[in-house]
Design a protein around this ligand. Structure first.
Ligand SMILES: Cc1ncc(COP(=O)(O)O)c(C=O)c1O
Length: 404
């Protein structure tokens, strides 16, 4: 008789955002005339830009002509896209990354969930707390996290690195040395980041202790401060200890289009075994490449016009972030993030739990945010608002919150 992967049964409850969706749907059903403003899920709202749309149209036409039709894409990505990424995201920033170290995929979620397959089940992982849930859940599925303690809201075999207002949202080196460290900067959910010097300390720590860093830079385009690294490979020695994951979702609005990439340097070796070769082998076996038309759209993001459009998109959302951040501050809330990332991380008022504040905000202001505790125990008493809405709705939500 067949057997299932029982690690799936260890996963508690359903995914954070489905819980929120259920609550919001129930509220809307009970209050059909109320206008709900959704600043919960981190999905973009602005349309695709002109360069991207033009590239998509052109590529679609090519697919309709026998002379230019393309079938399966190369499973690691078309050279035109890998070269563009290499030039714009790495060479331009002084990072010594080659185009064939870039693996094109259908997004950062898939890559950050799939990457754990390369590693033995007895690796100990460390995550920031709060954390983007995919790193934890995918490792649970892989049988790497022990058991879930619902009282502590923690997994027995995960090393948690709290990032709270007390430590300025900068993770400290854990007492127990991990094998694999997940870092995400600028951070989802806290909207905060660390400096390049602080990231360098993590790279040095990883190289010294034989750890691997899985660095999620999905929000890189939102960095506004000079001393923040756009890529971990800006740090010396990162090529021997770090994998970097990137996305086209937040810079170019590809959440519904799907495109991302992962950088695995050739120098990255575990006991002489190349992780680059392993990831290439995995891609070749399990992935048939991102669609041609989408990769052409991705290439357009790196044109001069495309880069200008990215700046405009990011600027639009960061104006929302500023509006929300400053407005909440003026209203007396304790607020973090929103300077190098499109998330505002606020302390709940009056010691409310994150879910109490979620209900309070939904019922009294018809505004949806995300309870901080959904991202980990250290997220309790925090609440996340995204800047991905429209400016009008961001302003309206803020007015309602101010009037509570
Ligand atoms: C930290 C982080 N990584 C990855 C992703 C997913 O990116 P993609 O749309 O490329 O799958 C998200 C999406 O919210 C995210 O917050």
């Amino acid at each position: 008789m067949y057997k299932i992967n029982t690690n799936y049964q260890k996963l508690p409850g359903s995914y954070l955002f489905s819980n929120i969706a259920k609550k919001v749907a129930a509220f809307q059903e009970a209050n059909p005339d109320k206008e709900i403003i959704r600043l919960g899920i981190g999905d973009v709202t602005r349309p695709l830009t002109n360069s991207v749309i033009d590239a998509l149209h052109k590529a679609v036409d090519e697919m309709g002509d026998a002379d230019t039709f393309r079938g399966y894409a190369p499973d690691l990505g078309y050279d035109f896209l890998r070269d563009a990424i290499c030039k714009w995201d790495y060479v331009r920033r002084g990072c010594d990354i080659a185009a064939d170290e870039i693996f094109v995929s259908d997004g950062a979620k898939s890559d950050s969930g799939n990457i754990q397959e390369l590693f033995a089940t007895d690796n100990k992982i460390a995550v920031c707390d709060p954390v983007y849930p995919v790193y934890v859940d995918s490792n649970v599925m892989g049988g790497r996290c022990g058991n879930y303690d619902s009282t502590l809201e923690k997994w027995s075999d995960i090393i948690y690195m709290p990032t709270t207002a007390e430590n300025g949202f900068v993770p400290e080196f854990p007492k127990e040395t991990p094998d694999i460290i997940y870092l995400c900067f600028p951070n989802n959910p806290t909207g905060t980041t660390i400096t390049k010097a602080q990231l360098q300390e993590w790279v040095d720590y990883a190289n010294k202790n034989g750890c691997l860093i899985i660095y999620d830079a999905a929000y890189e385009a939102y960095i506004s401060e000079e001393d923040v690294a756009h890529s971990i490979y800006e740090c010396e020695g990162a090529k021997t200890c770090a994998i970097e994951i990137r996305s086209f979702s937040k810079n170019a609005g590809f959440t519904g289009v799907r495109l991302g990439f992962t950088v695995v340097p050739k120098e990255l070796k575990c006991d002489g075994v190349s992780l680059h070769d392993m990831w290439a082998r995995r891609h070749g076996t399990k992935f048939n490449g991102a669609p041609y038309i989408i990769q052409r759209a991705g290439e357009a993001v790196y044109s001069e016009a495309g880069q200008k459009e990215v700046q405009e998109l990011v600027g639009y959302y960061m104006n929302n972030a500023k509006t929300i951040r400053e407005g909440l501050k003026d209203a007396g809330f304790e607020v973090y993030g929103g300077v190098n990332a499109p998330y505002i991380w606020m302390k709940t008022p009056d010691k409310m739990t994150s879910w109490e504040f979620f209900d309070y905000l939904l019922e009294n202001a018809c505004v949806v945010g995300t309870p901080g505790s959904g991202f980990g125990p250290s997220g309790e008493h925090y609440f996340r608002l995204t800047a991905f809405g429209t400016l009008e709705k961001s302003k309206k939500a803020l007015e309602r919150i101010k009037n509570l």
